[in-house]
Structures are given as structure tokens and as C-alpha cells.
Ligand binder design. Sequence first.
Ligand SMILES: Nc1ccn([C@@H]2O[C@H](COP(=O)(O)OP(=O)(O)OP(=O)(O)O)[C@@H](O)[C@H]2O)c(=O)n1
Ligand SMILES: Nc1nc2c(ncn2[C@@H]2O[C@H](COP(=O)(O)OP(=O)(O)O)[C@@H](O)[C@H]2O)c(=O)[nH]1
Ligand SMILES: [Mg+2]
Length: 194
Amino acid sequence: MSDKLKNAKIIFVVGGPGSGKGTQCEKVVAKYGYTHLSSGDLLRAEVASGSERGKQLSAIMQKGELVPLDTVLDMIKEAMIAKADVSKGYLIDGYPREVKQGEEFEKKIGAPSLLLYIDAKSETMVKRLMKRGETSGRADDNEETIKKRLDLYYKATEPVIAFYQGRGIVRKIDSEGSVDDVFSNVAKAIDSLK
Ligand SMILES: Nc1ccn([C@@H]2O[C@H](COP(=O)(O)OP(=O)(O)OP(=O)(O)O)[C@@H](O)[C@H]2O)c(=O)n1
Ligand SMILES: Nc1nc2c(ncn2[C@@H]2O[C@H](COP(=O)(O)OP(=O)(O)O)[C@@H](O)[C@H]2O)c(=O)[nH]1
Ligand SMILES: [Mg+2]
């Protein structure tokens, strides 16, 4: 089955909560026709389905903790295979969250050719998330859970960036500016792939 993904172009999009990963991914889809898979969105879809598994996930996400690695990875892989015949490449948004997630992804799917590191200050991320929380309806866009998500990001996810820096595939994108300014740097990073 995973043969279908053997030559897939894979881009990891990593950054703190509220750094702007989802916003930039949408723009990449519009310009490059890549397939955008947000691990958080996949999990929220499972929660919305009302399944037993969704109920367990919901409790973990509300606390800002990480759901079991295999759950997310299986969902991502399934979604990738579903698009394999039409996809020009994949943006894997919000994954890996910890080094182990990256290692398992590579074992089961393949290696990324680029890691886009979307970087914003923690004050900026908190501000954006509080604003998003006014309309997102997300159970985790509240002050208490935002703090936990940020802590976990610095503790578990930043080491992911260091891990891939060692391979020379990290492009750090300053995400403090306007959406369009940030995107012009994202586009440069993607163009450098070809
Ligand atoms: N690989 C992943 C991705 C997400 N989650 C869970 O899903 C929640 C929401 O994920 P996501 O939407 O990616 O959240 P953030 O990056 O925190 O926020 P954003 O949408 O702002 O990127 C996380 O807090 C976590 O509980 C997880 O456990 N493992
Ligand atoms: N000013 C500014 N706001 C942004 C930028 N990118 C995202 N936002 C806002 O920040 C919030 C979080 O963005 P989102 O893409 O959901 O971030 P994610 O959590 O990393 O997926 C959203 O409400 C966006 O409108 C940016 O480059 N500049
Ligand atoms: Mg997002």
C-alpha cells in the first residue's frame, strides 16, 4: 500500500500553536497545488464524528497534551494514500510534534525533503490564539490550554527542529510580519526545492 507514497514529496510544517502554519499552508495549496494535511484538523474531524475514539481524543486535546503517536500517524498515512494519485506533494502541518513522531513517520511513510519552521514569539502566538478563540469554537483556544500547548511545544517540538537541522533541510521563516510577507519567504523556500 505505502508503495504509492514511495516517491512523494513531503514537507513538514512545524511551529508553535498560532504561529500561522495553517494560514501559510492554505496559500501554498493555492499557489503550488500541494495537498495540505493538518494533523490537528484530522483529529478534530475524528472528534466531530462522535466515535468512541473521538471521545478519547477530545479529552486529551482539551488538556493540550499529545494523542498517542500511532493514532495520528495512521490518520495521516490514510489521508496521504487517498490523495496519492493526484497529489504534487504533501504539506504535513503540525507534525512531527516530537522527535519520535518524526522517526516513526519516516519508517512508515518516507523522508521529508524540507521542514518549514514557522517562527513567531510566544507573546505573538498567545495574542493570535486568543483572537482566534473568539470565533474558532476550538475547545483548546483558551488561556489555560494555550499555556500548556506552548510549554509542550518548547519542550517536545523544538527538539524536532534541531533534529532536522542536522540534516540541513530546515528553512526558518520569520512569522512576525504580515501574512503576505511571510508567504513570500515560504514560497522562496519551496522554490528552492526544484
Ligand atoms: N501530531 C499531533 C497533532 C495534534 N495533536 C493534538 O491536537 C491538538 C491540536 O493540534 P493542532 O491543531 O495542530 O494545534 P496547534 O498547533 O496547537 O494549534 P494550531 O491549529 O494553532 O496549529 C494538540 O494540542 C494535540 O492535543 C497531537 O496530539 N499530535
Ligand atoms: N498578523 C498576522 N497574523 C497571522 C499570520 N498568520 C496567521 N495569523 C493569524 O494567527 C492565527 C493563527 O493562525 P493559524 O494559521 O491558525 O496558526 P497555526 O496554529 O500555526 O495553524 C489566525 O487567527 C491567523 O489569522 C501572520 O503572518 N500575520
Ligand atoms: Mg493549525
